[in-house]
Design a protein around this ligand. Structure first.
Ligand SMILES: *Cc1c(COP(=O)(O)O)cnc(C)c1O
Length: 365
């Protein structure tokens, strides 16, 4: 039998490695009471209003969902003061990362991104046989001037995570303004704002302002993080009607489920849950960062709901040791930072256990 033929650009890809599910870790290591602080999920759980709406939508799941996601898009458009033609739904925002690459790269196109940003950008560009051009971070932040200098005529799309994953840093409104002024507007700038709701810095850009002024830009947002609906798979893009009209040709027709649409509408209304989640995160982010200083572990100060920690050792070893104690974090070798771990802000007892386990794993080596 011949082996299946995989094109070179696909064979060169490493599959995306998600955070290890609790069930898998417990099965493999025979553990109980593990905690997962590996995927930046909301420790307070989903919005109760979203759960209620999903339960109410259940009897209708023999029907296909509204392929156009009208009511949720309308609610999002209203919340963002944009028109419904400026909103597109995705099966998580990662689907939209891929959809934009498929729509805009063409045969010869390149995609530009930071070398230590969300790995899906590189996978999405490479998967459509595009050239993924990466630019080093500077002081753990996106180096927007350097990225602007790398824009060659073949670059069709630029991905910027703001805040960035895995560093937890963000670019300012002024930096974004300068950057956008330098980028030709036929290059699609995609700003991934998965963690935007956690940011309290006053100079954090509101990217919809550029959209409202007619600047062609795409903003990605998600219900997976502060809304606590990662398992539902729901994200959205805000952009210009011409960008979304092009992407609409490629979008899979029923990419968001009826349950996701119902849950999303209710979650959006549950501003109390978002506020509680934001307050909780601000408090516990402070607690964790103070704890890291106390145990003498270096980290990058974060504006999001996770922290990049530099163990100064082999991060895979520390990761494995912590996992044996039932604390699942994210090793960062795949991001080119082999001594680092990314830890998610959890509930207070989880954060205490994280600090203890990390300190103990470091003291053993
Ligand atoms: C978690 C995350 C997302 C969200 O992905 P979904 O597919 O919406 O769950 C998007 N971008 C970044 C940078 C993330 O860290």
């Amino acid at each position: 039998m011949t082996s299946v033929r995989v094109p070179e650009h696909i064979a060169s890809l490493q599959p995306y490695l998600p955070g290890k599910p609790i069930e898998e870790v417990e099965r493999e290591l025979g553990l109980k009471d593990s905690i997962k602080l590996a995927s930046n999920e909301n420790p307070l759980g989903p919005s109760p209003l979203a759960l209620e709406a999903i339960r109410e939508a259940l009897p209708g799941i023999h029907r296909y969902p509204d392929g156009g996601g009208y009511y949720l898009r309308e609610a999002l458009a209203r919340a963002c003061a944009l028109s419904i033609e400026q909103v597109m739904l995705g099966n998580g925002s990662t689907e939209l990362v891929e959809l934009f690459a498929r729509t805009f790269l063409g045969r010869e196109g390149a995609g530009l991104m930071a070398d230590q940003a969300f790995i899906m950008y590189r996978i999405a560009v490479t998967a459509v046989n595009g050239n993924a051009i990466t630019v080093p971070l500077r002081g753990m932040r996106h180096d927007l001037p350097a990225m602007a200098r790398r824009v060659t005529p073949d670059v069709r799309i630029i991905y910027i995570a703001n805040p960035n994953n895995p560093t937890g840093t963000c670019v300012t409104s002024q930096e974004m303004e300068t950057f956008l002024a330098e980028i030709p507007d036929d290059v699609l700038v995609v700003v991934d704002e998965a963690y935007r709701e956690y940011v309290t810095a006053p100079d954090y850009p509101d990217c919809t302002a550029w959209l409202k002024r007619g600047r062609r830009i795409a903003i990605l947002r998600t219900f997976s993080k502060i809304y606590g609906l990662a398992g539902l798979r729901l994200g959205y893009a805000l952009s210009t009607p011409d960008v979304l009209g092009a992407a609409e040709r490629v979008r899979s027709p029923f990419n968001t489920s009826s349950l996701a649409q119902a849950g999303g509408i209710a979650a959006l209304r549950d501003t109390g849950h978002v506020a509680r989640s934001r307050d909780h995160n601000a408090r516990e982010l402070g607690f964790l960062q103070a704890g890291l200083i106390r145990i003498g572990v270096r980290f990058t100060p974060s504006v999001a709901n996770f922290i990049l920690v530099d163990t100064g050792r082999d991060g895979d070893v520390i990761f494995a040791e912590m996992m044996r104690s039932g604390v699942i974090v994210r090793p960062m070798r795949a991001y080119g930072m082999p001594s680092c771990l990314r830890v998610t802000v959890g509930l207070r007892p989880e954060n205490e256990r994280l600090l203890e386990t990390l300190a103990s794993a470091l003291s053993h080596r």
